[in-house]
Design a binder for this molecule. Structure first.
Ligand SMILES: NC(=O)C1=CN([C@@H]2O[C@H](COP(=O)(O)OP(=O)(O)OC[C@H]3O[C@@H](n4cnc5c(N)ncnc54)[C@H](O)[C@@H]3O)[C@@H](O)[C@H]2O)[C@@H](O)CC1
Ligand SMILES: Nc1ncnc2c1ncn2[C@@H]1O[C@H](COP(=O)(O)OP(=O)(O)OP(=O)(O)O)[C@@H](O)[C@H]1O
Ligand SMILES: [Mg+2]
Length: 316
């Protein structure tokens, strides 16, 4: 499926979002179940080594937000694979991140590939720019290693051009905002007038891939049922909230698949549990940060709330 003519698939049709009851009560207990216990027996890296692919001259904030969020949610190590000029900037934001200036090197694929055996989760796209061939190969190689992959932002651009790159991958999650969703939806021949139905149709067309349509309420589906997350956030929509979301989802996806393998969540698709957890957390961070900072709230303020939001949602 390539791109059709540029138009808004939802123009003039039933674009109002029906407010449906959130599913916090059903799914939050499952999210609590996947959080690994903190014990003195563990070694560094066991609770997650996450890779973020993104960061270029124009965008250094997005990969930083995603990578630091992964750490603050509880990953042990967070790697950023970005271009050379972005690397210096990202390193100087934070000594906590491991930053690889490889995306614009001639052997970028090999440089990333050698880290793949050590990664538990991959987040592709925040601040990436539009880099098709490299990305396609990295996604293929990560799938071959059975690594959970969250695709966001510019990573979704590639999926729009070539849905087959991720189609049917059970450990894949797409996190489009409204614009990104519209592009994806137009790339595949479908017709629906309602968000919940169209997100479900798109998931089925993508081989039951887990999809998160972000918005006033987040719609999460793997094609069998639509779950809505409408935990209260705020009216503040600063840039970067989606990066907090995708970074935390990278860790939660690793935890959820590990828990599922261990037989700890039987009743639900682990990708859906991870997606729901990350949406809830992002919205809770937004709400808490807004209580302190109001209209001045930025993504950095939200990141400062991760610790207490996580406790409130998943450890109480
Ligand atoms: N500080 C940073 O470095 C940031 C970088 N970002 C990066 O910027 C790049 C482009 O991301 P964009 O999200 O801007 O790309 P898009 O191309 O999806 O968005 C294009 C435009 O659509 C608008 N839009 C978004 N949601 C909408 C909605 N619900 N209804 C109507 N219009 C809507 C946006 O304001 C934007 O102007 C990505 O690589 C992304 O990761 C963003 O993550 C924001 C923060
Ligand atoms: N109208 C809204 N009300 C409440 N929460 C929202 C609303 N829109 C988005 N969100 C929340 O904000 C988070 C990020 O969604 P958003 O649509 O801002 O992503 P994005 O456009 O990709 O952001 P970014 O600027 O990081 O690229 C999601 O978890 C979503 O739940
Ligand atoms: Mg985004």
């Amino acid at each position: 499926g390539s791109l059709g003519p540029r138009r808004n698939a939802f123009a003039g049709r039933g674009t109002r979002r029906r407010k449906v009851k959130g599913m916090e009560d059903d799914i939050l207990p499952l999210v609590k179940n996947i959080v690994p216990p903190l014990t003195s027996k563990k070694h560094k890296g066991q609770d997650g080594r996450i890779g973020i692919i993104g960061g270029c001259q124009d965008y250094t904030g997005a990969p930083y937000f995603a990578a630091i969020s992964a750490l603050k949610v509880g990953a042990d190590l967070s790697h950023v694979f970005c271009t050379k000029d972005a690397a210096v900037v990202i390193k100087s934001y934070s000594p906590e991140l491991i930053v690889h200036p490889v995306l614009d090197s001639p052997n970028a694929v090999e440089e990333i590939e050698k880290w793949l055996p050590r990664l538990h989760g991959l987040v592709v796209g925040p601040g990436l720019g539009r880099e098709d061939l490299l990305l396609k190969t990295v996604i293929e190689k990560s799938k071959a290693r059975d690594i959970p992959i969250v695709i966001d932002a510019d990573g979704l651009w590639l999926v729009t051009q070539q849905p087959s790159v991720i189609q049917g991958y059970q450990k894949g999650i797409l996190t489009p905002n409204f614009m990104e969703f519209t592009r994806l939806y137009e790339a595949l021949p479908m017709d629906s007038s309602d968000y919940q139905r169209s997100v479900m149709q798109l998931s089925v067309a993508m081989g039951n891939l887990t999809l998160v349509l972000k918005g006033e309420q987040d719609f999460i589906t793997d094609g069998s049922k639509v779950y809505s997350c409408n935990l209260e956030g705020s009216g503040r929509r600063c840039g970067g909230q989606g990066d907090l979301l995708s970074g935390s989802m990278g860790v939660l996806a690793h935890w959820a698949h590990a828990a599922s393998t261990a037989g700890m969540i039987r009743s639900m698709n682990p990708s859906v549990v991870a997606a729901f957890g990350a949406c809830s957390l992002t919205r809770q961070c937004n709400s808490q940060a807004f209580q302190r900072h109001g209209r001045s709230t930025t993504t950095s303020d939200m990141i400062q709330e991760i610790s207490s939001a996580f406790k409130k949602l998943f450890e109480s």
